[in-house]
Design a protein around this ligand. Structure first.
Ligand SMILES: C[S@@+](CC[C@H](N)C(=O)[O-])C[C@H]1O[C@@H](n2cnc3c(N)ncnc32)[C@H](O)[C@@H]1O
Ligand code: SF4
Length: 405
C-alpha cells in the first residue's frame, strides 16, 4: 500500500448533525490523467472536451507549460505518493510533436515521482500517426498506445466523420509495432448507423486478426450536444444490438480476450492499469483543459473532486491558479459508498469487500441492508469476501445501485 499521511493528521473537523463521515486508514494508488484537447476535425458522435485545431493549429509549447503549472499546484495532493499510471488522452494527443511529449514527460518527472514500472499510455488517431513521432513517444517513455480505429469499413468511417480510412488504421497498428509498442489498445465501436451482425462482427474479426493485446469495444451512443443528437442516424434496434453483443463477446472469449470491464477486453497480463485504478476507486490527478481528478483527503475525512476549466484558452491563462479549477468536497459516507459501487460493480470479476472498507472509508456493515436485498434479488453474487454483480445484476446496474442510495 501507498505511504500515508495519517501520523501527522490533525483531528477531523466536526460534521453536520446526522451525517456520517468516512475514515480512511490508507491512501489508494495514485494515477495521473493529462488532457490534450485538439483534434483535426470534430467527430459527429463525440462529446469529449475536444476542439478542431483549425488552420492555425495550436500552441503546443504554451499548452505544455500550462500543464506543468497546473501540476505544480496539484503536487501537494499526491500526499507523498508516486504516480502508478499515467494516461495522455484527448482529443488527439498524437497531434503533439515527439518533442512536446518528451518535454511534458520530463516536466512531470521533475515534479512528481513516477513508479519505475508505471504504465504510460498515449491516445493516437490513425489520421494523425507518423512513424518518427511514434518512435519519439516511445523514447520519451510512453509504453502503451491506444489507437482509435472505430471500424475497418470505409463507408462506416466516413459516416462517423473520421479523418482516416481502414488503410490508415492498419498502417497505424504497424507503425505502433514497428516503434516497439508491444502493448497497445484498439478502440472499436459497434451498433453503428444501419449496422448488421455481419458488419459488426467483421470489424471485430478484422481487429482481432491484428492481435492487439487489448480491445475497447464500445456501443455507439448518441450523446447530448453532438451533431448525432441533433440529426440522429438510424441505429440498429435493441434486439440486434443484444445479438451483436452476445456474438462479439463469444468471439472475443474464443480468441483469448477476457472481459474485465463493461467495454474492456484484454489478453492475459494486458489489462489497462490506469482504467482499473478508476474502476477500483483509486485516486487520480487530472491536468489539462476539462480534466477531472479525485483525491482522498485523510485528515479532512473526505473525498475531493476537482475539474479544470474546459476552454483551452481559459485553461492556459489560468492554469496553476484557483481560477482554472472547481473543487467539491464529498464528506457523506453514504454518497461515497454509492460512488464506489458505481465504479466497482462495472467489473465482472468484482472487488474484495476489504477494498470497499479501505477506499470508501467505512465498514461493510454500513451497507448491510441493501447488500442483503441485492443478494436476495440475485443481483449480487453470493461469494464470501467478494463484491460482484451477477450477470442479472449487470443487466440492471442502475436499479442495483438505486438500492444503495
Ligand atoms: C477520447 S476518444 C480518443 C481517441 C481519439 N481521439 C480517436 O477518436 O481516435 C476515446 C474513444 O471513445 C469512444 N467514443 C467516443 N465517443 C463515443 C460515443 N458517442 N459512443 C461510443 N464510444 C465513443 C471512441 O471509441 C474513441 O476512440
Ligand atoms: S478524434 Fe476522438 S476525441 Fe476527437 S472528436 Fe473524434 S472521437 Fe472525439
Amino acid at each position: 500500500m501507498m505511504p500515508s499521511s495519517a501520523a501527522s493528521a490533525p483531528a477531523a473537523p466536526p460534521r453536520a448533525h446526522g451525517a456520517v463521515s468516512p475514515v480512511f486508514d490508507t491512501l489508494p494508488p495514485l494515477s495521473l490523467y493529462v488532457h490534450l484537447p485538439w483534434c483535426i476535425r470534430k467527430c459527429p458522435y463525440c462529446d469529449f472536451n475536444s476542439y478542431e485545431a483549425g488552420p492555425g493549429g495550436f500552441a503546443e509549447g504554451d499548452y505544455v507549460a500550462a500543464l506543468l503549472r497546473d501540476l505544480d499546484a496539484e503536487r501537494p495532493l499526491a500526499q507523498g505518493r508516486a504516480i502508478s499510471t499515467l494516461f495522455i488522452g484527448g482529443g488527439t494527443p498524437s497531434l503533439f510533436s515527439g518533442g512536446a511529449i518528451a518535454r511534458l514527460l520530463s516536466g512531470i518527472r521533475e515534479r512528481v515521482a513516477l513508479e519505475p514500472s508505471a504504465e504510460i499510455t498515449l491516445e493516437a488517431n490513425p489520421g494523425a500517426a507518423e512513424a518518427r513521432r511514434f518512435g519519439e513517444y516511445r523514447d520519451a517513455g510512453v509504453n502503451r498506445l491506444s489507437i482509435g480505429v472505430q471500424s475497418f469499413r470505409a463507408a462506416q468511417l466516413s459516416r462517423l466523420g473520421r479523418v482516416h480510412g481502414p488503410e490508415e488504421a492498419e498502417r497505424a497498428i504497424e507503425l505502433a509495432r514497428g516503434a516497439g509498442f508491444a502493448n497497445f489498445n484498439l478502440d472499436l465501436m459497434y451498433a453503428l448507423p444501419d449496422d448488421d451482425l455481419d458488419g459488426a462482427l467483421g470489424d471485430l474479426s478484422a481487429a482481432l486478426a491484428r492481435l492487439p493485446p487489448h480491445v475497447s469495444w464500445y456501443q455507439l451512443t448518441l450523446e447530448p450536444n453532438t451533431v448525432f443528437e441533433r440529426r440522429p442516424p438510424r441505429l440498429p434496434p435493441e434486439d440486434l444490438v443484444l445479438e451483436i453483443e452476445r456474438a462479439g463477446r463469444a468471439l472475443l472469449a474464443a480468441r483469448g480476450y477476457r472481459r474485465y470491464e463493461v467495454s474492456a477486453y484484454a489478453r492475459s497480463g494486458h489489462r489497462c492499469a490506469h482504467n482499473l485504478n478508476y474502476w477500483q476507486f483509486g485516486d487520480y490527478l487530472g491536468i489539462g483543459a476539462g480534466a477531472h481528478g479525485k483525491i482522498t483527503l485523510r485528515a479532512e475525512r473526505a473525498l475531493e473532486r476537482r475539474a479544470k476549466a474546459r476552454n483551452p484558452r481559459t485553461y492556459v491563462s489560468g492554469a496553476g491558479t484557483a481560477r482554472a479549477v472547481v473543487a467539491e468536497r464529498i464528506e457523506d459516507a453514504r454518497q461515497i459508498a454509492v460512488e464506489f459501487l458505481m465504479n466497482a460493480l462495472r467489473l465482472p470479476d468484482g472487488v474484495p469487500l476489504t477494498l470497499f472498507e479501505q477506499r470508501a472509508g467505512q465498514e461493510i456493515a454500513a451497507i448491510d441492508g441493501p447488500l442483503r436485498e441485492a443478494r436476495a434479488l440475485g443481483w449480487l453474487a453470493d461469494e464470501p469476501g467478494v463484491l460482484r454483480a451477477s450477470a442479472a445484476g449487470l443487466e440492471v446496474l442502475n436499479r442495483l445501485l438505486a438500492l444503495f442510495c
